[in-house]
Design a binder for this molecule. Sequence first.
Ligand SMILES: *[C@@H]1O[C@H](CO)[C@@H](O)[C@H](O)[C@H]1NC(C)=O
Length: 181
Amino acid sequence: MMSTMAKRVVLVLALFLAVISIEAGSLARGGSSVSSSTHLHFYFHDKVSKPSPSSVQVMNPVDPSSPSFFGGMRVMDNSLTEGSEPKSRPVGRAQGLYMGSDQAKLGFFQAMNLVLTDGPYNGSVVAVLGRNSPLDDVREMPVIGGTGAFRFARGYAQARTHTIDVATGDAVVEYNIYIQH
Ligand SMILES: *[C@@H]1O[C@H](CO)[C@@H](O)[C@H](O)[C@H]1NC(C)=O
């Protein structure tokens, strides 16, 4: 049987070790346990038309006559720019895929790495995975992680179609991303 005194010593020691492990955790996050919030804003260029499309269809939908695009898939390496014009300052690339995963209407499963190439976030990546129903006004997708400045990232992305060229299918999409990291 431990004495009451010995039990107290063990309890104090356990609390002390718990504090140390919390400190070590915050050191691993860069010396601070305070997280920051970042808002990113840019335009995404889904260029499907020739020449040099940045978004290519790699699988055909099950029923090409259906507007749902179910079973179809595109792989993209789309440019991200500061302004809405394609020639606007480049800030990164959206690399990943979107596929039709809704049988009833147009609804994508979208998975992409936003590879940032400008400013303080140059070299950092934000990973987004979610549902994108491109005919809705605002589509929200979760931010599921990141690298570099965005380690431990979580948050959400909001996508709004800025322009769509019905003749070519090329679309410009405005993105607002809110990240805690
Ligand atoms: C981003 O970082 C790369 C690698 O360090 C560098 O070559 C490039 O010039 C940087 N781009 C900008 C716009 O600062």
